[in-house]
Design a protein around this ligand. Structure first.
Ligand SMILES: Nc1ncnc2c1ncn2[C@@H]1O[C@H](COP(=O)(O)OP(=O)(O)OP(=O)(O)O)[C@@H](O)[C@H]1O
Ligand SMILES: [Mg+2]
Length: 373
């Protein structure tokens, strides 16, 4: 798939922007604070309805305006689809081909986006919640039922926690009801565990080779870390283990009034052979680890959806040495729409530039465009 064009109204520092992209490689360049990242962010928000860098939607609306609109024309297998997202201070409206879409899950699985950006290092270094959010964002693009599953799980978790709190305070709770909630909670939890495990396994099948190609080092992999040791992800077996773990934790749960076991406590870690990259990795190694993860997703998305995703690379070349930069180029090709930002066009490989549409941004306006030769 590729994004043919985008139109922005009052998004971040853009008042009005209309831009046509190349189906292959696009390079957005300009000085700091001109709107390069904002432009990539608008593409991400158009596809996923949320920003990768702001939890607060209101920040996306241009200062002193009361709405923002992003419109895009997406081409999948020669068919065009119009995507539209309207952001108002307190509500969001989604449209596909001018029809209002009520269910977010139907919308977010339409456009597939993989983004790499500088603050992505938090994915490796930050709190487990950041990694769970990442898994959720990717899985809801891949599987249209994942978001519903996650919403159901979170609702059941909330109810279960409320019931546990009541029991903690020795208030009366219908034990039958608690049991039913727990049963559903386990069912949904098992499905989430299995989908996350499958995704991580698929990343592990591809990312070590990418890491090695870029750095020459072997042994890169991820380790899935659910909050208890799962010895098999076979459905019934896992269910049984989950039940037993909850039984073991019953006293603690009643004491704390909260659910201690389940995918809401998941995590995963990055390793280079035996070394945990969070503890031992250099900044460069950590950056390439994230990059290897994101590039591995291209194959997973393509296999799952039957079409290539859109790759957004924000400032990817800074902080990589020349050798790694060159090795990275092997993964950028015309067959996957790629949108790259940089402050320094001169530092970009000449042959990559020749194959790319070059777009200069200055104060949220397009200054210059050079089409592919
Ligand atoms: N809601 C908003 N309304 C108006 N301007 C905004 C809004 N949000 C951010 N900006 C402005 O957008 C600019 C930053 O744009 P952006 O992050 O896209 O820069 P950039 O071109 O990627 O720069 P760099 O090279 O430093 O990464 C800043 O000047 C910031 O003040
Ligand atoms: Mg930027």
């Amino acid at each position: 798939m590729f994004l043919k064009e985008i139109k922005l109204t009052n998004f971040r520092n853009y008042e009005n922007l209309s831009l046509v992209f190349h189906p292959g490689i696009n390079i957005i360049y300009g000085q700091n604070a001109q709107g390069k990242t904002n432009l990539l962010e608008s593409i991400y928000v158009l596809g996923l309805t949320k920003s990768h860098r702001s939890f607060i939607d209101h920040n996306l609306i241009k200062e002193n305006k009361d709405f923002a609109r992003i419109e895009g024309k997406l081409t999948i297998d020669h068919f065009d689809t119009k995507m539209e997202l309207l952001l108002e201070t307190k509500k969001k409206k989604l449209k596909i081909d001018s029809d209002v879409v009520g269910k977010v899950s139907d919308y977010v699985s339409k456009m597939n986006i993989i983004i790499f950006y500088p603050e992505d290092l938090d994915l490796l270094k930050g709190a487990p919640g950041i990694r769970r959010r990442y898994l959720n964002m990717e899985l809801c693009q891949l599987y249209s039922n994942y978001l519903n599953l996650l919403n159901d799980y979170n609702k059941l978790l909330k109810i279960r926690n409320e019931l546990l709190k009541k029991r903690m305070k020795e208030e009366v709770v219908d034990s039958n009801y608690f049991h039913i909630v727990t049963t559903y909670f386990i069912d949904k939890g098992v499905s989430i565990y299995r989908m996350r495990k499958n995704f991580i396994d698929r990343l592990n099948a591809i990312s070590p080779e990418i890491y090695e190609t870029i750095t020459g080092m072997k042994g890169f992999h991820l380790e899935y870390r659910p909050c208890f040791e799962i010895t098999s992800f076979e459905k019934e077996f896992l269910k049984q283990q989950f039940i037993e773990k909850l039984q073991n934790m019953e006293k603690v749960e009643l004491k704390l009034g909260t659910t201690m076991v389940g995918p809401h406590r998941d995590d995963f870690e990055f390793y280079l052979a035996e070394r945990n990259l969070k503890v031992y990795g250099s900044q460069g190694q950590q950056r390439v680890a994230i990059l290897a993860l994101k590039l591995a997703e291209i194959d997973i998305f393509t296999a799952c959806r039957g079409t290539t995703p859109i790759l957004l690379l924000d400032d990817v070349f800074s902080e990589l040495d020349d050798k790694k930069k060159n090795n990275l180029l092997k993964y950028i090709d015309q067959n996957i729409q790629t949108i790259i930002t940089t402050t320094d066009l001169d530092s970009i490989d000449e042959s990559l530039k020749k194959q790319s549409k070059l777009i200069e941004i200055d104060h949220a306006e397009i200054m210059q465009i050079e089409e592919v030769e």
